[in-house]
Design a binder for this molecule. Structure first.
Ligand code: GCU
Length: 416
């Protein structure tokens, strides 16, 4: 398992995981046990949401935001005639510096609206497929080994299709699904600038230099952005009642938080999301709360720093985040060599969310022990640990497509 060297002082040794007691998702703050769906919905779910909001991710502004959606391009013969490719520009009259670009592929063979996957991407829309018709992002972009086409923090032509292995567009289309994606840095650039840029810096109500300790960090901002996309996704031809939200790594943390908050997302997928995503914080295995808050001080809200080296004081743990998606289908994926993300902690979160799924009348995960490598399990909570590294692979997508077939086809997802 230990293909990654552990950073100094960090634990990759299962025998050194401390004893811990997980908070019970079905035990209310006043000590009463939740025994029916109504109490979960009306009391416990709101309690937990509020705790995650104020102690972990931070509150995002509520209510509708004034925005305009402009169609930029439409190519009906994309992917050798199999798909229609569209791009949209989203602008905000109250925040003139903010512009988002949404890329959409729809299968030409399916009648509209179609069920679809929605996910943020790391390297710009043009990175997900080499199609030269896709607009090259002009936004600030992180630089690094995985995106050699990015120079001086801007994308170059060489970065087209760089992330294509993570976005099997042909396969998604041939299975009858649409795909919508947006560069996460359009919503909030991923670096710590004291929250000057992106949505933090431009929204009127949050226009002060730094959010308060219980207000949104970048993960909450990205999650908020996903909900804004969902507000208008219908115009693209994707069925707003059949949206599977998907994210990898920091964006897997984001998809879980977005899916927990916004019950309009019909299905939620977290790929290798690790600390602050699917992995239990109390295990302190791989990346810890203190480590993530130090390396990425802008991701979570200020209050989350209270739990640096103090995980037992957290009023929640990440199994409760997964339970907030219930009864909607959720898929948690790990990778064997991704020890930094703590695959066992990700599985245990899924397992400890199971009682909530069962209370709400679904099949939940239905597994007590971690499955073998490359053997997907679970009914309403799907889980697998695949062989290989931290990544999104064809194997991962095959499971997501099968899971979506099982849960999205035919039925309309009603928002409670
Ligand atoms: C780092 C970080 C993780 C995160 C990952 C990613 O490894 O420590 O928490 O999931 O980056 O988003 O790629």
């Amino acid at each position: 398992m230990d293909s990654q060297p552990a950073p100094p002082g960090f634990n990759y040794d299962e025998s050194k995981v401390p004893d811990y007691t997980l908070p019970d998702p079905l035990l209310m703050e006043d000590g009463t046990r939740v025994t029916d769906a109504k109490t979960w919905r009306e009391i416990r779910r709101p309690e937990l949401l509020q705790l995650f909001e104020t102690e972990v991710y931070g509150k995002a502004p509520g209510g509708k935001v004034n925005h305009q959606v402009k169609a930029l391009s439409r190519e009906q013969a994309a992917l050798d005639g199999k798909a229609t490719r569209m791009e949209f520009e989203i602008s905000f009259p109250d925040a003139p510096d903010l512009k988002w670009y949404l890329l959409v592929f729809l299968p030409n063979s399916a009648s509209r609206p179609v069920p679809g996957f929605l996910g943020l991407n790391f390297n710009g829309n043009h990175s997900i497929h080499p199609d030269p018709g896709i607009r090259l992002s002009t936004a600030w972009m992180r630089q690094g080994g995985k995106s050699p086409g990015v120079k001086d923090n801007r994308a170059t032509e060489a970065s087209r299709g760089e992330s294509a292995s993570r976005w099997p567009v042909d396969k998604i289309i041939s299975r009858g699904y649409g795909l919508a994606t947006i560069y996460y840095g359009d919503i909030d650039p991923d670096y710590d600038d004291g929250f000057q840029n992106g949505v933090h810096g431009t929204m009127d109500s949050f226009g002060r230099p730094r959010p308060a300790p219980d207000e949104w960090g970048s993960i909450a901002a990205w999650a908020w952005g996903l909900s804004r996309i969902l507000d208008f996704i219908e115009v693209t031809g994707i069925d707003p009642h059949k949206v599977a939200l998907l994210g990898h790594s920091r964006l897997g943390k984001t998809s879980l938080w977005a899916g927990a908050r916004d019950e309009r997302f019909a299905l939620v997928i977290s790929n290798d999301s690790g600390c602050g995503g699917a992995a239990l914080s109390r295990r302190r295995f791989g990346e810890t709360v203190a480590r993530i808050n130090t390396s990425f001080p802008h991701w979570f809200c200020g209050n989350f720093k209270k739990y640096d080296d103090n995980e037992d004081a957290l009023p929640v743990d990440q199994h409760m985040l997964i339970s907030l998606v219930a009864p909607r289908p959720v898929y948690i994926a790990s990778a064997e060599e991704d020890v930094w993300a703590d695959p066992r902690g990700e599985f245990l979160s899924a397992k400890h969310a199971d009682p909530v799924y069962r209370l709400l009348g679904t099949g939940g995960l239905g597994e007590e022990t971690m499955p073998d490598i490359d053997k997907p399990v679970g009914e309403t909570i799907g889980y697998h640990i695949r062989s290989g590294k931290h990544d999104v692979t064809g194997f991962d997508w095959d499971q997501y497509l099968n899971f979506a077939d099982r849960h999205l086809s035919g039925k309309k997802h009603d928002v409670p």
